[in-house]
Design a protein around this ligand. Sequence first.
Ligand SMILES: Cc1cc2nc3c(=O)[nH]c(=O)nc-3n(C[C@H](O)[C@H](O)[C@H](O)COP(=O)(O)OP(=O)(O)OC[C@H]3O[C@@H](n4cnc5c(N)ncnc54)[C@H](O)[C@@H]3O)c2cc1C
Length: 651
Amino acid sequence: MTVNLDSSELLFTLGDPVADTKAPQVPIEQRWDDRRFHGKIVNPANRRKRSVIVVGTGLAGGSASATLGEAGYQVTTFCYQDSPRRAHSVAAQGGINAAKNYRNDGDSIQRLFYDTVKGGDYRSRESNVYRLAQVSVEIIDQCVAQGVPFARDYGGLLDTRSFGGVQVSRTFYARGQTGQQLLLGAYQALERQIAAGTVTMHTRHEMLELITSGGRARGIVVRDMVTGEIETHLADAVVLASGGYGNVFFLSTNAKGCNVTATWRAHRKGALFANPCYTQIHPTCIPVSGDHQSKLTLMSESLRNDGRVWVPKANGDTRAPGAIPEAERDYYLERIYPSFGNLVPRDIASRAAKNVCDEGRGVGPGGRGVYLDFADAIARLGRDAVEAKYGNLFEMYERITGEDPYQVPMRIYPAVHYTMGGLWVDYDLQSTIPGLFVIGEANFSDHGANRLGASALMQGLADGYFVLPSTISAYLAEAPYGDPEAADVDAAVQSVRQRIDKLLSVNGDRTPDSFHRELGHLVWEYCGMERTEAGLRKAIGEIRRLREEFWQRVKVSGTSEELNQVLEKAGRVADFLELAELMCIDALHREESCGGHFRAEHQTPDGEALRDDENFAYVAAWEFAGTGNKPVLHKETLEYEYVHMTQRSYK
Ligand SMILES: Cc1cc2nc3c(=O)[nH]c(=O)nc-3n(C[C@H](O)[C@H](O)[C@H](O)COP(=O)(O)OP(=O)(O)OC[C@H]3O[C@@H](n4cnc5c(N)ncnc54)[C@H](O)[C@@H]3O)c2cc1C
């Protein structure tokens, strides 16, 4: 059954505007110092009396817990993996940005700030981005002091490379394993605090509900994933560092466990969810090879430093790449965007790849691929130099495809990679629920409509090591807030139990995975690289139909008092089914194209994203208005005092 929504149906209501009130009204370069100076701090002797829950031990949560523990707070932290070292952050490959200007190539805090605002297509908040650029410099020092083995040049100095959307070389890296090395640094710092007794770690525990009382976040309800026991944990403040929701698309480069449950549960409890439709589609992933796949693999953007992207000039040219002469190749990124060439931002490179494939010039099975060719780099630098920079990525590619990228070009195609949307936060990284802070990929804060490469690690560690530990103290300085009401705690526990019982009692005939796959297909098709009004309306109808079917036909085997991965999956898919509708409503209401949000109706004559600054220069922050009710839109107007909004150009 196909459900097409009537084009006149209004899918949301309009609420009051929302605004950040925490960024001080002083010149932008003084804001962070000013906020830290005027925000209250907790005296060291009182810190042990203040408690904080941190959900997530990836780069954002791990660094935050370690830093808060070191500061002397009582920290309790949670992750659903068996070790913090398995957080999805471990997968990050290419690098981390910082405005160090070690290359003396014209970099500065101002330039990183400008690149990030422009890269985000003028849909991020200036104050937060400027602070990110300022703090970026400190992250590298922190990580080097921890012993993170960043790549070094021949003379022993820290090496850098370039990433998309910038013309300087500011990306620090550890081969193609930067996330893993940074995570080991954060993990060591965390373990040190666990040993010191300031941090209590709960692995294999999944947060299933936020506890609010007296209008404040006061704790969480978790399920012990091994025994099935439901537990409550209370604290003076709660921090969500639970990562992004790209897995709503089923196929993505994210770890299979990534999900939206922690932030979605908080959203249902009152936290606004901002810009859910802003998804990053990464241009260089190994193409989908068939229906059997449950995961896609990224080939780091760093490869575009030396790899050249091309397709045959002629439609339907099926010759092997080596048999296609230079004159018959189209290095289309270098042709269309001569200033940035292969290093245009991800949204631009992804759309360009889609366009050449739509024209019938794609390569590989199904014509959904373009070449990423290292022949020139190998001829220029030598195989050893290329191997030293990218060896592990080349090996990964060969293991997956059976092709040797030293001999034949890689085949790549865009895939879902990162979500710029997330819970709305102010300058203090506090959500609209007092006492609930959100950091890392889980919040919406710094990247606007498109994230530049190597900026997620920078943001996660800026939030965790530097920003949150300062801003949360202003909130904790006002604590204690009294005991939460027992009835509020009970209600949260009961809602978790009822949901689990409901999932187990349907006893239908379809696996949660089959629903997830179908949902992912819908969201990719209609809310993926290109969106249209008709497609989004169709998707919303289909998602509603699928959600109804889920609650009638899902089959969850086993019980709740044991390790039950089907039950875990079912809960996460149920939340994805709700989120997906909000993503489509957000994409439908945003009648413009910006960054990763490309509405086919709004493009320039040469096919670039066409923004509408007059009507859409705002953050769309959505309020949950109860099951079955229309979400409420709160707008945060974006004002650009320091970077002037212009049509983005990388030509
Ligand atoms: C393949 C790949 C490569 C990348 N490469 C780069 C790169 O080179 N540079 C860059 O800047 N960015 C990169 N990124 C993006 C970057 O890795 C992520 O955005 C970042 O690591 C997210 O960190 P995080 O701490 O916010 O979340 P995560 O690392 O996803 O951690 C989330 C944590 O929350 C926990 N959690 C979640 N939900 C719950 C729950 N309900 N209950 C309990 N615990 C929960 C998890 O257990 C985990 O500990 C890459 C991403 C991918 C997919």
